[in-house]
Structures are given as structure tokens and as C-alpha cells.
Ligand binder design. Structure first.
Ligand SMILES: [Zn+2]
Length: 264
């Protein structure tokens, strides 16, 4: 069978293990069902997730022009502390910014290769944690807008990491940490404006991924350079497909590429 479509990050369903789906215009693939099968991935062309044109992808699935123009790719996406909709100040499109920023946001701790702090919209829990390949996570602050979440994250970054080491995450070179203990330790560093939103008592969420074999030395597949790759799928973690020969393919980092996938 061959499926073709533009890559967007895999949809996920929280179950044990996580269920992954590739969603194409005309096909819907449960990726878990491809485990232990040989699959081929072939690059076909670009398709910007905003304008649909066949132009090189710059970042986040958008070509360069779209990336620098559309509200979905503004700086406050990656840097929540730059959010200004709560002040009524427009960045690229105030309507869009109000709709996204003035919603409940969560500051969380997630452990994928180390414990890190992050921010997400409340509606994206636990999706965001799954996308990062976290094996455990906990919500520590719930605020009414993105700005408050952003300044909380910035303050906590002085005391905890905010990055994941993707190789460690994929190798499953991980520890089980008490995120409740981390939360209690970090409480003192939450900025005054957000202190009343601290979540005192909730429990860690544990996440179980469909991986039959972890890579020993993960090497990242550059499908633009290789054009084509064939291998046996042995796992899915975060937004990565893991193959038997230690090749890993980051689906999210390849958004906007049209590929054809053949299952043998
Ligand atoms: Zn475009």
C-alpha cells in the first residue's frame, strides 16, 4: 500500500501505549499498525502549510514568506513571555492573538531526558507532553493567559532546564524522578503575578510509548538529502519514528513536506 500527503505532526491518542496517526488529505494511518513492517518514505515536493505552494519550507511547516507574515508563526509562539494580547496590543493579528493567548495555559514539568519546564495551552495537555516524548509530566501552574505562563516559565528556567536532549529521550536513557518534589522545590520561584495560580496537589501523568526496540546510536534521517529511505519501523516516541537500523525520523521537523509512504 502507498499513501501520499503533506506531513503534519502525528495526531495522538492517550492510551497505553500511545496511539499515533498520520493524517493525510485522503488517508488516515494508525502508525502503531506499521510496527515491525518495512516502510519506505519518499520525498515528493514541498507544500507550505499556509499557502500550499511548492516552496522550500523555512520553519514550522511554512515557507519563508509565510513564516514572517502569518500570526500562527509570530515570536510569542516560541516565546510566550512576549504575548501582548492581554494588553490589547497587536503583534500580527489581534483577533487571532486574543483567541489563542487569552485562554487557560499550563506551566508544566516534563521528564523526557531530564526534568524541564514548559508552557502549553490547557487544551494541549497531554498532547504537548506526548509530542516531546516525556515519560512523566505534571501541571504546576494554571493561568488565564499565555503571558502569565510565559513569565512563569522564564523565572523557573533559572532553576531548571527548558530543553530536551532528543538522543537521550530516544535511547530511553532516562530516570524516574519525583515531579511532585520538583514542583514543591520550584514553588518559591514563581513570580508574584502568578503565585495564586500554583497547583498544589495533583499527580504525575505517566506516558507509555509503542517502542519494541530503542536505538543505541540514533541518527536523524534527512529526507531532503536522502530523497528516499526504507527501513523496519520498531518504535514511535515523541514525534519520532524509530527504525531497526537506528535511523530516526522526526515527523514534526518535516512538516510541510509531501511524502509518499509505502508499506511492504
Ligand atoms: Zn506559504
Amino acid at each position: 500500500m502507498t499513501y501520499q500527503g503533506v506531513l503534519t505532526k502525528m495526531d495522538t491518542e492517550f492510551s497505553s501505549p500511545i496511539q499515533y496517526y498520520l493524517v493525510f488529505e485522503n488517508d488516515f494511518l494508525n502508525v502503531n499498525q506499521l510496527l515491525d513492517k518495512n516502510i519506505s518514505i519518499q520525498f515528493v515536493k514541498y507544500q507550505c502549510l499556509n499557502c500550499g505552494m511548492d516552496k522550500p519550507i523555512y520553519r514550522q511547516g511554512f515557507d519563508k514568506q509565510c513564516f514572517f507574515e502569518i500570526p500562527q508563526a509570530a515570536d510569542w509562539i516560541m516565546h510566550p513571555e512576549l504575548s501582548k494580547a492581554h494588553l490589547g496590543i497587536e503583534d500580527r493579528n489581534l483577533e487571532y492573538e486574543k483567541a489563542v493567548q487569552l485562554k487557560p495555559h499550563i506551566v508544566y514539568l516534563a521528564n523526557s531526558s531530564n526534568v524541564k519546564v514548559g508552557v502549553t495551552r490547557k487544551s494541549q495537555v497531554p498532547t504537548r507532553w506526548i509530542d516531546q516524548g516525556a515519560h512523566e509530566a505534571i501541571e504546576i501552574v494554571e493561568v488565564p493567559n499565555r503571558y502569565l505562563a510565559g513569565i512563569t516559565e522564564v523565572a523557573l528556567k533559572d532553576h531548571i532546564a527548558d530543553k530536551t536532549n532528543w538522543r537521550k529521550m530516544l535511547k530511553n536513557d532516562i530516570d524516574d524522578e519525583s515531579l511532585e518534589t520538583w514542583r514543591d522545590r520550584l514553588e518559591a520561584y514563581i513570580p508574584d503575578e502568578a503565585k495564586s495560580y500554583f497547583i498544589e496537589s495533583n499527580k504525575e501523568t505517566h506516558i507509555d510509548y509503542p517502542v519494541h526496540k530503542y536505538p543505541v546510536k540514533p541518527k536523524s534521517l534527512n529526507i531532503l538529502k536522502e530523497q528516499q529511505y526504507t527501513g523496519k519501523l520498531v518504535g514511535i516516541k515523541g514525534q519520532y519514528l524509530i527504525f531497526e537500523d537506528d535511523t530516526v525520523f522526526n515527523v514534526r521537523a518535516n512538516e510541510g513536506l509531501v511524502v509518499s509512504i509505502t508499506v511492504n
